[in-house]
Design a protein around this ligand. Sequence first.
Ligand code: CTP
Ligand code: CA
Length: 226
Amino acid sequence: KNHFFAQRLFDGKTFLITAGPTKEKVDPVRYFTNRSSGKMGYALAEQAALMGAEVILVSGTDSLPAPNGVKVVHVESAADMFDAVMTHANEADVIVKSAAVADYRPKQVHASKMKKQSGDLVIELERTKDILFELGKKKANQFLVGFAAETDNMEEYAKGKLVKKNADMIVANNVAAEGAGFAGDTNIVTIFHKDHSSVQLPLLSKQETARKILHEISEKLGGDHH
Ligand code: CTP
Ligand code: CA
C-alpha cells in the first residue's frame, strides 16, 4: 500500500462518517443487529484522512482498529448513533452515512434476562428514526452522502432514497452479489448523483472503492465553488 502520494483534496474540510451495524437491546444479554462489518466506512474514514480531511467516525463496531488520525466515537443503538451524529453534524462539511442502521428496535427493553416459556415468542418492534432523512431535512451547505444496501431493484431503490432523503449522492451496493456487500474486503458499487449522473465502479477493494467515492465527492464539492 503506497499512500505517499495521496492528494490532499480535503485540506480544511471536516468529514463526519458513520460505519458498521447498530445493536438494539432486547434484554441485558441479547440484541438485534445486522451483517455490516463496518469495513467500507472505516476505509472511507482512512482514505479521507489521508486526503487531508479532519474525520470524525461514528462507529457501531468495536472490531476494527481506529484509522490513523481519525477520531472514533463508539455507539451501540440507532438512537445512540442519531445523538452522536447530531452532536457533530454542524461541524461537518461532508457527512457520509455508510452505517447499516437498524430500522426497528424492540418496543420494550427488558430490564432483566427474559426466561424461556413454552410456545412461541413474539417481540414487538418499533421504528427507529431515520438519521439520513433528518440530516437531509435540515441540510444547509453540507454535502450529504447516503448508502443503499439492496438485494434487488438497486437503481430504482437507490434513486428513490436520493430524493426522499435529500442526499447529494447515494452509493448503492448489491449486498447479495459475489464480491460485494457487508463482510468481505471488496465491493461493487454504483454512485448516483443528485444531478442524475451515475458512475458504475467495478469490483475493487474497499480501500480503492473509498478512494473513488471520495474523488466523486471532491469533484462535486469543487463544482460548487465555480
Ligand atoms: N439510514 C439512517 N437511519 C436509519 C436507516 C437508514 O441514517 N434509521 C441511512 C443509512 O445509513 C443509509 C441510507 O439511510 O445511508 C439508506 O439505508 P437503507 O437501509 O439502504 O435504506 P432505508 O431507507 O432504511 O430503506 P430500506 O431498508 O427499507 O431499504
Ligand atoms: Ca434500512
